[in-house]
Write a protein that binds this ligand. Structure first.
Ligand SMILES: Nc1ncnc2c1ncn2[C@@H]1O[C@H](COP(=O)(O)OP(=O)(O)OP(=O)(O)O)[C@@H](O)[C@H]1O
Ligand SMILES: [Mg+2]
Length: 310
């Protein structure tokens, strides 16, 4: 497997305190990895080392095989990043900004022009291409930040909390942009405080706590680890004794609670087939089922298990 991002025993000390404590992580090509963990876990520190903003104390970090300390230029050729809220000159327009940044990167005039157009489309900013940035909302600046990160066609996109501080609409827009970017061949490494966001947007989750990696796996594997899922069943009319017993007696069911006469919450260890069977039995008992769905998040359960015990 091509190792797109790799850290080996990566350590960063601040006054004798390990902000990063021998973090070892290997990320393959064309995946989106959500980097999660509590405040002060070391997410931004990792990202700053990977983008060469700070130097590690010990250990190694590679991007596309290039050692970040030994060959920062080669490593960073492959990386586009947005770390913290990007700031731009307010009197410049996005086109002027990208032109300036492109030239700083040594890109040719025509290439910068073509790429600027393309990246502004990718972040849905083409209408604002010639408007001064001073007028932009935080969400628009964040999108422009992503555009500048993509300008030189990097194979790796690194984002530190890309939706932090944005209003709900801004968050949704940025998430949709990231989901679109996933369709292209590219590795995305993004930190987030929002477990929901990591689970929705990313294919993999890397969890850190106290500078150490405590979990790294595919999102789709998380449900297997957390076991029983929370289910919510909503009915048109109050549930009957018989219907409630049907649920309670079903194999793998635990913690049945009546939130409302028409709403039942429970934990269920069964698979999709078992759930379909339970639904069919409810309907056979005359229940008019409005919705029958998993609620809550497996990643949340896993997070509480892992962080709580670490
Ligand atoms: N410049 C610095 N000087 C001293 N300590 C620092 C410095 N930068 C970070 N730290 C410490 O290193 C640890 C990791 O910080 P880091 O910013 O990487 O965490 P984080 O996971 O990004 O947290 P958050 O979720 O709050 O953004 C924290 O304990 C922090 O206080
Ligand atoms: Mg941070």
């Amino acid at each position: 497997m091509r190792e797109v991002i790799k850290t080996v025993g990566l350590t960063k000390m601040y006054n004798g305190f390990p902000a990063l404590d021998e973090l070892t992580l290997t990320i393959g090509p064309d995946v989106c990895v959500g980097f999660i963990g509590p405040n002060g876990a070391g997410k931004t520190t990792t990202i700053k080392i990977l983008t060469s903003l700070i130097r590690s104390t010990a250990g190694k970090a590679y991007v596309e095989g290039f050692d970040i300390r030994e060959s920062p230029k080669a490593a960073l050729m492959n990386v586009g990043s947005v770390v913290e809220t990007p700031e731009f000159y307010p009197y410049l327009t996005p086109i002027e900004t990208l032109d300036y940044l492109g030239r700083l990167r040594g890109m040719g005039e025509e290439y910068v022009r073509d790429r600027s157009k393309r990246v502004l489309e990718q972040v849905h900013m083409e209408e604002w291409a010639t408007t001064r940035i001073g007028k932009f909302s935080k969400g628009m600046k964040q999108r422009l930040g992503i555009a500048q990160a993509l300008l030189h066609e990097p194979t790796v996109l690194i984002l530190d909390e890309p939706t932090s501080g944005l209003d709900p609409r801004g968050m949704i827009e940025v998430r949709e942009i990231i989901k679109d970017l996933k369709k292209e061949k590219r590795t995305i490494f993004m930190s987030s405080h929002l477990l929901y966001e990591a689970q929705e947007v990313c294919d993999w989750v890397a969890m850190v706590d106290k500078g150490r990696l405590i979990f790294f796996d595919k999102v789709e594997n998380i449900s297997k680890l957390t076991g029983a899922k929370k289910l919510e069943i909503r009915l048109v009319e109050p549930i009957t004794e018989e219907q409630l017993d049907t649920i309670k007696n079903f194999e793998g069911v635990a913690e049945v609670s009546l939130v409302h006469p028409e709403i039942v919450n429970l934990r269920f260890g069964g698979n999709d087939q078992d759930r379909a069977k339970m639904l069919a039995e409810m309907i056979a008992k005359g229940a008019m089922v409005v919705s029958f769905q998993s609620v809550g998040m497996e990643l949340e359960d896993l997070y509480m298990d892992m962080i709580g015990s670490s």
